[in-house]
Write a protein that binds this ligand. Structure first.
Ligand code: NAD
Length: 477
């Protein structure tokens, strides 16, 4: 067992009022650490601490905040090895990918440190001066999922702090530990109460959404939970950024060189064992290349070394939790029962832990669960099409609208099709690409608001228009 972790409230490390809960290692299926179970009263204290710290932090200069975040990035870098190992233990991904997650966290933190919020002059005349400023919203709650626990916490917390807000973080109870460590690192460099973390198994999420002391929620998770967050946030009209589920389609145009694209398509679909919001989740392939691409993907899948993330040479880890594993198994079994062809994988591995090998499924179509639902795991369904317009119509028929991609040798044609995808991001000849300076977010049931870039930063602010007029001249007597 690892050492016990603690909550961080108002700069103090404290145990949870409600004891501890177990954190499971997905590679063994057994508990490897304990996490504090915070109470609603502790959430209240964290919100109060954040509120008290807000006055000072919102008054900090650009240079002070930039300096604090730069030091945080330096510390994350220095402690990368320990953090990466913790991510592997709680999340399951291979160690190299956990290192990539940390490196992403550092890059996004340094980017946030460098950002300056502009003041826009709308009018500057003798009659009046009008400026558009952006003020921090106040107390921000960050609610994060279990797939990229460290990096998504960074995505939420760093721009929130950079914009002058104070934060209460609530990680997923499946992967809370790397976020606690992240918060401890941040707390070394900011005044007490600016950053807080409260963990718990049940009820804390809804206590946050209904809390009158919280001004904004940045939420990443499933669409269903996002809907509850939105409903429960109405009490004080919390500002919301909702990054929700996706069911990204990719369309491979006829005459695409299969050997050139197969590896990139595989990686986009199976990134983090497929547990990535913007992973490629439905692959539409022209009938003339359907078999060839299916076989090429299955070859790559068979070459993966499946195992525990800390084992040498492993390229493919377990699914993060038992429920997700059950969903993936259920969707594949459902497709198989309807006559689908499972080219490789398709069965849970007979060993401890939540292992499911990369699975390629052909002979499926829209209307089947594996195609219509977000699998969020290591299985990719291939759907054959004959007409590109029909493939586009089917890609857009989903209620989700996170990302989508079009692949083809004729870039102009591919772009013309990609421009018509109903999604927050449209990629051509790539998928799931993101970077700190480029806004990212979904439409339709995948949520609203964006993260990253200047637009992402401004989501943690509220606009204030400032008018200055000359003193009225004394009235003529
Ligand atoms: P989830 O919705 O089950 O949980 C997300 C977080 O919400 C967790 O911290 C959970 O404890 C908390 N929560 C649960 N009930 C709550 C409630 N009633 N009120 C407030 N908070 C509550 O999601 P998950 O299973 O952890 O993550 C997987 C989902 O997240 C997938 O659908 C995936 O597509 C999505 N996701 C989206 C993005 C994106 O950027 N769009 C990124 C990563 C993951």
């Amino acid at each position: 067992m690892m050492r016990d972790h603690e909550l961080l409230i108002g700069g103090e490390r404290v145990p949870g009022d409600e004891g501890y809960f177990d954190v499971t290692d997905p590679a063994s299926g057994s508990a490897f650490a304990r996490c504090p179970a915070g109470s609603p009263a502790q959430l209240d204290r964290a919100v109060d601490a954040a509120r008290s710290a807000f006055g000072e932090w919102q008054g900090a200069s650009h240079a002070q905040r930039c300096e604090a975040l730069t030091r945080v990035a330096d510390d994350i870098e220095r402690e990368a090895d320990e953090l990466a190992r913790l991510i592997v233990r709680e999340q399951g991904k291979p160690l190299t990918l956990a290192h990539a997650e940390i490196a992403g966290g550092v890059a996004w933190t340094r980017y946030a440190a460098s950002q300056e919020i502009p003041v826009e002059t709308i009018e500057q005349t003798p009659a009046q001066q009008i400026e558009l400023h952006h003020r921090p919203v106040g107390v921000v709650a960050s609610i994060t999922p279990w797939n990229w626990p460290f990096m998504i916490a960074v995505w939420h917390i760093m721009p929130a702090l950079r914009a002058g807000n104070c934060v209460v973080s609530k990680p997923s109870s499946l992967t809370p530990l790397s976020t606690i460590r992240l918060v401890e690192i941040i707390a070394r460099h900011v005044p007490r109460g600016v950053i807080n973390v409260v963990t718990g198994e049940r009820g804390l999420g809804s206590a946050i959404t209904g809390h009158p002391g919280i001004d904004k929620i940045v939420f990443t998770g499933s669409t269903e939970t996002g809907q509850s967050v939105m409903r429960a946030s109405a009490g004080n009209l919390k500002r919301l950024t909702l990054e929700l589920g996706g069911n990204d389609a990719a369309i491979v145009l006829p005459d695409t060189p299969i050997a050139a694209v197969a590896e990139a398509i595989f990686q986009a679909a199976f990134l983090n064992m497929g547990q990535t919001c913007s992973a490629l989740k439905r692959l539409y392939v022209h009938e003339s290349q359907y078999r060839e691409l299916g076989e090429a993907l299955a070859d790559i899948a068979r070459r993966q070394v499946v195992g525990a993330g800390l084992e040498e040479g492993v390229t493919f880890g377990p699914v993060q939790n038992a429920d997700q594993l059950a969903l993936v198994s259920e969707l594949v079994d459902d497709a198989r029962a309807q006559g689908a062809e499972v080219l490789c994988g398709g069965e849970r591995l007979a060993r401890d832990g939540f292992f499911y090998p990369p699975t390629i499924v052909m002979g499926v179509s829209d209307g089947q669960r594996l195609v219509d639902e977000e699998q969020f795991g290591p299985v990719l369904p291939l759907v054959a099409y004959t007409d590109v317009e029909d493939a586009l119509r089917r890609a857009n028929a989903s209620s989700m609208g996170l990302g989508g991609s079009v692949w083809g040798a004729d870039e102009v044609h591919a772009r013309a099709i990609a421009n018509r995808l109903e999604s927050g991001v449209a990629w051509v000849n790539c998928h799931a690409r993101i970077q700190p300076d480029t806004p990212f977010g979904g439409c339709k049931m995948s949520g609203f608001g964006v993260e990253f870039g200047m637009q992402g930063l401004l989501e943690f602010t509220t606009p204030q228009l400032r008018f200055t007029c000359p003193l009225p001249s004394p009235a003529a007597s």
